[in-house]
Design a protein around this ligand. Structure first.
Ligand code: ADE
Length: 224
């Protein structure tokens, strides 16, 4: 699977993909993540990528030309399944969306800044608009990193233990049960006895009960 991320702040995306699971996915050839500097696609002398808003109003708007140039170049090289714009007014990212995107081949991600991007970019090129939550960030880079992470970890072969993505919170309708590791007793704070029992059926029952209780308390909206 391949992601092409278009941004005015490419260096902001240096680190998120250079560690742990995302790095391993790229090293194994399961995911390619390419970051493109939008400024390089501006034909302005000053390499500007934004301009004043028609009709007045505060805040600069990102121009259509650099985005169009970059998207057209990418599209001339390969086919894309989606062009996704990260924006607080998009559909909220959910596990179901991550699952769906993980079956795609090539995806372009557009990161906005300032007041937003020229509506025509959205009308002409964007196939899907996604928000990572009901809050406003300074730009689409962190949301793009969140989206890529949520998708790449689902690709077959990325996680060592194939079952671990399946038991994640949100993958079923329940949140995860609490987990513990050694020591079994930390200054009197003990690991629940059941987990030391060695009885796998009883442990699975306990985990399910805990997951249900946690979901009822924290996210009753997830229960049908
Ligand atoms: N850009 C700014 N805020 C955002 C958000 N919450 N989700 C996606 N993109 C954004």
């Amino acid at each position: 699977m391949r992601f092409d991320i278009i941004t005015v702040l490419p260096s902001l995306l240096d680190s998120p993909f250079a560690h742990s699971i995302l790095l391993r996915a790229q090293k194994k050839g399961l995911a390619e993540i390419h970051v493109h500097n939008l400024r390089e696609y501006s034909t302005h002398k000053q390499k500007s990528v934004d301009d004043y808003q028609y009709g007045g109003g505060s805040g600069m708007v990102m121009s259509i030309e650099p985005f169009a140039n970059c998207i057209e170049k990418l599209k001339s090289e390969r086919e894309y399944d989606e062009v996704i714009f990260l924006t607080p007014d998009g559909e909220t990212l959910k596990q179901t969306i991550a699952n769906e995107l993980s079956s795609k081949g090539n995806i372009i991600l557009l990161c906005g800044h300032y007041k937003g991007i020229d509506q025509r970019i959205r009308d002409i090129y964007v196939t899907r608009e996604i928000s990572i939550g009901d809050y406003v960030l300074s730009g689409g880079e962190l949301p793009a990193a969140v989206l890529v992470d949520s998708v790449v970890r689902l690709l077959p072969g990325v996680l060592n233990d194939e079952t671990s993505a399946l038991s994640d919170s949100f993958q079923g309708e329940l949140l995860d049960a609490p987990v513990y590791t050694r020591p079994a007793d930390w200054n009197g704070h003990k690991v629940p006895d059941v987990l030391l029992s060695g009885n796998q059926a009883v442990i699975e029952n306990w985990r399910h009960d805990q997951a249900l209780e946690r979901t009822q308390k924290r996210r009753p909206d997830l229960l049908r």
